[in-house]
Design a protein around this ligand. Structure first.
Ligand code: GAR
Length: 201
């Protein structure tokens, strides 16, 4: 299955997926393309090092979100992309994009959804003072961070944790959970029933 990973920054989740593919842990899923909205993103270096093609588009070069997304869709089609994996891609995808790839867009979020939606999931959970937070992998739909949940994993916040140590724990958990979810998708094991995702054996 041909996969495109979308990233905006460090790309540590992209790296985890690249490493998983190299170990044969994506069940034949192949990362063919990295899409990025930031020319300076470290994710692009990681892609280059792994020999993966990159497609960089800056929002400022497009009139609207729909135009931007339509350009990406064109490229995804050229590459016969079958699964879109958002890995720290800090843009909201438009309705036409999501229609085109309905049920084939995954995202990782650094909190236990539906708590702490948005772009500061780790900081918001830390500042709120919760004792348990975690990681969510979910399907993407038109509601922000609101699609059906595929996998979740808990991370405890201990009294001596700082935001930095919590970030490290969350990222480590993401790097474990995301490749697993992608593998399930590639294996055709994810069955969406309304809001629920059943994982077939
Ligand atoms: C990850 O922690 C991911 O969960 C988060 O951005 C980070 C990207 O890190 N995504 C969101 O907050 C989406 N709302 P990475 O570039 O090192 O993979």
């Amino acid at each position: 299955m041909n996969i495109a990973v979308f990233a905006s920054g460090n790309g540590s989740n992209l790296q985890a997926l690249i490493d998983a593919e190299a170990k044969g842990d994506l069940a034949g899923g192949r990362i063919l393309l990295v899409v990025c909205d930031k020319p300076a993103a470290f994710a692009l270096e990681r892609a280059g090092k792994a020999g993966i093609k990159t497609f960089v588009l800056e929002a400022k070069d497009f009139k609207s979100r729909e135009d931007y997304d339509a350009r990406i869709v064109r490229r995804l089609k050229e590459e016969n992309i079958e699964l879109v994996v958002l890995a720290g891609f800090m843009r909201i995808l438009s309705a036409p994009f999501l229609e085109e790839y309905e049920g084939r867009v995954l995202n990782v979020h650094p909190a236990l959804l539906p708590s702490f939606k948005g772009v500061h999931g780790i900081k918001d959970a830390f500042e709120y003072g919760v004792k348990v937070t975690g990681v969510t992998v979910h399907f993407v739909n038109n509601e922000l961070d609101g699609g059906p949940v595929i996998l979740q994993s808990c991370v405890r916040i201990e009294p001596d944790d700082t935001r930095e140590t919590l970030e490290e724990k969350i990222h480590a958990e993401e790097h474990r959970l995301y490749p697993e979810a992608v593998r399930f998708f590639v294996q055709g094991k994810l069955k969406v029933e309304g809001r629920k995702v059943r994982i077939l054996n």
